[in-house]
Design a protein around this ligand. Structure first.
Ligand code: ADP
Ligand code: MG
Length: 605
């Protein structure tokens, strides 16, 4: 392989140039090969790609299966058709209305998704598509029934009626804008939050992400894009009938996304080209279309679970490895003063008589403890004594059965966990909750979600203020990764880190959220002795920032070194509390730690 080719493959800078060349070729193509029929097919495909790009946001990134997107396209198409034919609207406001209508219906369609599992929800969306299909034929006064709406005029701009060439260019431009917007959106706080909601809702919640809002955003954006595609579809075909929107129309979009590569930016485009355009152009293949889909689905499930784009990515990686270009990219340049990790004002924690039962098990039977602002407190106790449950109560992950929890004097009882997180409570989990496919850096960046203010539109348009905010978050994330000692692994997929380092990454993510209270659940589990020492230093350093730390820990020496106070739990009750020196000389504590409960009984008697 020559140097030029190597440079092409090796440098990410060539990508924009290649994409620009591709776009230019697509804009110019009609002059060379543009027949009416081809333009018709290409424009139709562009409309389909729009739907698929939107569906990919929901399905690929959001993990929600919709078998009803065809109905949203129908709503868009009929809105434009009826507004233009029956009410003489012009195309542009009609399109806006189509997007709003589809988005509104999409929002309603989303509601069951918050209560049902993925597959039940998928069935509901299928039923929804059936209902819309039924309405198209039955609600004759509005929809003209089986006959559909005919004679939809072509859009006009300043008195000029768009030709099929113009329509193709319009559709192509909309696709390019959609891809750019989607790329921006996915790179932003919304992309990370969406993937977090898909891969690890618990981690997302702990980072302050409201699952419902993020899912709703994905539905609304996705539905609006389907509505826009419907508008194009209507003016391109000039006729819409209920027959255009049968159930397989909806399934077709999901196939394009899944076959092309769900959760890959280019997946829907590749899916549409390979599975719509190619069979359409090779007329000999047309009658085989369903068979081709079936076989392709089977093969891809077996050999390329991330679709065609996933398979291409894997091949690309192999090629780069063979050429010796496979180094992990360096972390983004840091014009960032890494040494300046800002102080944080810690919050006081007060837990009063907290109770928690799981069925018949009393996990916490009236636990109280107080942690002064800015100090480090340990919770120790045997397995099953209720330590994790207590952290879950403080962070709101489980509802409380009795008692009170105050953070800086304010009750957090009954608050949703993501709200508690947003109010300044960071936490880690006994088993690290990482987003394994995202880089360590993106995992840390998720922690910035609550502090970031950019809306979805600003993110998709990559407005200057959105970019500034992203740079600031990036600086924070790198700084805290450096703080926990992971800066050099920032660009690696988090799932590839060993367990101990995933814990550190999780701590960095919590720190990026500037927690006033940080809850750490057994951060030392499974660490080597050397790592244990470093962890001790790290937690001491976190304490020195000013944050209040509550740490569940088995290593008593570590506890003695870094904690001002300790609470010992046993079977859901406080066995002892005080300074480490007081507590660890306590006879019952010693006995409990020896695991000999009979000797506790003897000591007490
Ligand atoms: P620790 O963290 O101290 O090891 P836990 O707080 O995890 O202990 O558990 C305390 C008790 O509560 C145990 O008996 C455990 O089985 C029970 N428990 C914890 N979480 C749940 C749950 N989600 N459902 C049912 N029982 C639970
Ligand atoms: Mg535990």
């Amino acid at each position: 392989m020559g140097d030029a080719a190597r440079a092409l493959i090796g440098s990410p800078r060539t990508r924009p140039a290649l994409l620009f060349a591709l776009a230019l070729a697509l804009y110019l193509a009609p002059f060379a090969v543009g027949t009416e029929y081809r333009l018709f097919i290409a424009t139709q495909m562009a409309a389909y790609v729009l739907v698929a790009i939107g569906l990919n946001l929901l399905n690929g990134y959001g993990g929600q299966v919709s078998l009803g997107h065809g109905a949203l396209v129908a709503i868009g198409a009929y809105t434009v058709a009826l507004a233009m034919v029956d009410h003489q609207w012009s195309f542009w406001p009609a399109t806006l209305l189509a997007m709003v209508a589809a988005a509104a219906v999409g929002a309603v369609m989303a509601l069951p998704a918050f209560r049902l599992s993925t597959w039940y929800f998928a069935l509901i969306t299928l039923g929804f598509a059936e209902v819309v299909g039924g309405l198209l034929t039955e609600w004759r006064e509005l929809t003209h029934g089986f006959a559909g709406v005919v004679g939809i005029p072509k859009p006009g701009v300043l008195g000029h009626t768009l030709t099929s060439f113009d329509l193709y260019w319009l559709a192509l431009s909309l696709n390019i804008l959609a891809l750019l917007g989607m790329a921006n959106l996915l790179r932003s706080r919304f992309g990370r939050a969406l993937v977090a909601v898909r891969d690890n809702p618990v981690a997302a919640t702990a980072a302050g992400v409201a699952l419902v809002r993020i899912k709703m955003m994905a539905f609304v954006v996705s539905a609006a894009m389907a509505g826009l595609a419907g508008a194009l579809f209507a003016v391109q075909k000039t006729v819409v009938t209920p027959d255009d929107f049968t159930a397989d129309f909806s399934i077709f979009f999901l196939l394009m996304v899944v076959l092309g590569g769900a959760g890959r930016l280019w997946g829907p485009v590749v899916g549409a080209v390979v599975f719509f355009l190619v069979p359409e152009l090779l007329t000999a293949l047309q009658s085989w279309r369903m068979l081709i889909y079936g076989v392709a689905l089977l093969l891809l499930m077996l050999y390329a679970p991330h679709g065609l784009v996933g398979a291409i990515e894997t091949g690309w990686k192999r090629l780069r490895t063979r050429l010796g270009l496979s180094n992990i990219p360096p972390a983004p340049s840091t014009a960032i003063a890494r040494e300046t990790v800002h102080p944080i004002a810690g919050a006081a924690l007060s837990v009063r008589d907290v109770e928690k039962r799981f069925g018949g098990v009393s996990a916490l039977a009236g636990v109280s403890l107080d942690v002064a602002a800015g100090t480090t407190h340990a919770i120790v106790g045997p397995n099953g004594s209720g330590k994790t449950t207590l952290l879950n109560m403080i962070s709101g992950f489980y509802p409380i059965d009795g008692g009170a929890i105050l953070i800086d004097g304010r009750s957090v009882v009954g608050m949703a966990p993501h709200r508690i997180a947003r109010s300044g409570v960071g936490r880690t989990f006994q088993t690290p909750r990482m987003l394994p496919q995202l880089s360590v850096l993106d995992n840390a960046l998720l922690g910035a979600f609550p502090a970031e203010r950019q809306g979805a539109a600003a993110a998709a348009l990559s407005l200057p203020r959105a970019r500034r905010e992203q740079m600031a978050s990036l600086g924070d994330a790198l700084r805290y990764l450096d703080f926990v000692g992971l800066a050099d692994r920032a660009m690696e997929p988090a799932g590839e880190l060993p367990h101990g380092q995933q814990r550190l990454a999780e701590i960095a993510r919590a720190l990026v959220g500037r927690p006033r209270l940080l809850l750490l659940d057994e951060p030392a589990a499974g660490l080597s002795l050397a790592e244990l020492d470093r962890l001790g230093e790290l937690i001491a350093a976190i304490g020195a920032l000013g944050t209040t730390v509550v740490i569940v820990e088995h290593h008593l020496e570590l506890v003695a070194n870094i904690c001002r106070s300790v609470t010992v739990l046993e079977r859901g009750a406080v066995l002892a509390s005080g300074t480490p020196a007081e507590v660890f000389s306590h006879e019952e504590v010693i006995a409990a730690y020896m695991g000999s409960h009979s000797s506790v009984g003897q000591a007490a008697s």
